[in-house]
Design a protein around this ligand. Sequence first.
Ligand SMILES: [Zn+2]
Length: 463
Amino acid sequence: MAKDIAQFIAENEQNIKRDIKRLIDIKSVKSAPEPGAPYGAGVRAAQLEAMKFCEELGLETVDCEGRIAYAHYGRQDKFIGVIAHMDVVPEGNGWDTPPYDCTERDGYLVGRGTSDDKGPFVIAAYAVKYLIENKIDLNYGVRLIIGLDEETGMSDIEYYKAHYPQPNFTFTPDADFPVGHGEKGIYSADLVSGPVGEGAVLLLEGGVASNVVADHAQALVRSAALDTLKKAAQGRSDIRLTEQENGVLVEAFGRAAHAGTPATGINANHILMKFLCESGVLEPQEQAAASFIARLTESYDGRAFGIDAQDGLFAPNSIIGGVLKKEDGRFVLNVNSRYNTAIEPKEIEKRIENTANQAGFTVCNMENSGPFYMSPEHPAVQTMCEIYGEVTGADARPYVMSGGTYARHMDNAVSYGIECPQENVPEWVGTAHMKNEALGIEHAKQCCEIYIKTFLRLQQVDL
Ligand SMILES: [Zn+2]
């Protein structure tokens, strides 16, 4: 007779906290490759500690050449996969406690990776421990895949797929509850103008990242343009001019937003390019390139590229021009599109390329990963939603998103937790990638219950 789940979790609470701390205390930000450590020493150390911890729980581990690893329990011919990652994003500033010394505060574990994604990994491993301890008869084994390169390109899962068998069904605890059963396609590329010559613009830079709408952009313009610029900037609160020794600094101010939900953003790159075009200070080649960039960044719906479309499954397509620069005498705009199933991935590439080429721009550094969509009627999705609803009392409906998780890289995979709306969260608590990243201990216990029930009930589902 299987032990009561609540009792199991109560008995293991201290151990769960201890083992999360073991992993958090290792700074595993990707760094320069070393022999046997393709993602750097920190990531490698976290991988080895994660494997050691899984062995202690009774799983068998395999090191996949330092590129990824896994810990397995039960049948090898049919198994459920869970993929979480040991790499973390840099800590940034403003922490109240040391980011790599996991600390307990107000019922939360605080540290980089507590919620993204080391904490969820440990919770899933303890759910496997429940199966082991109770000698549950398994129709499907369980494989915990230990990702090492989630935050910077997911080369780890590509390596896994090339060398190891995929699970029959996989979930990644690296998003929100209940179940993410679809993700939009993600396209990004640099659009590079022809040579703009020794024009009026000496320097150009806008935005911070491909996937963020630029909240700030600036150009250094030749001093001779000062009076003209002053006239054009009159009454503008979104443009600021500063006279400098080497030219006039023109700054544009917008509002940041994520590429997946750009509608709330205001693109400073667009404001800057449009302002410079209208001011009349640009040379003809600059004017042509800048007006094209201004046109592309005028809206987020993709109409400038002919890729605006809806499919009824996902939100409409979007595209932003998040990063702008002048490099080797050319203007460069990085674009980032989140697209649904209405237009094929190859067709997205073609239309963006055609649009760019018509204006004398070329496409460089293109990356494209098509959308994935699993039916919300899939019995595994239904079962997981039911369990989440039972344990939390929440109305559990599967959802689709614009972000990208491991799920899009695998056959038959979804995201499943661990973030979900919480009540009475202290103000200092941060989420994934933020300062003071934290994981509620009661929430962690609830997640463990969800994952135990999931492993148990998926045994009865035809995966
Ligand atoms: Zn993550």
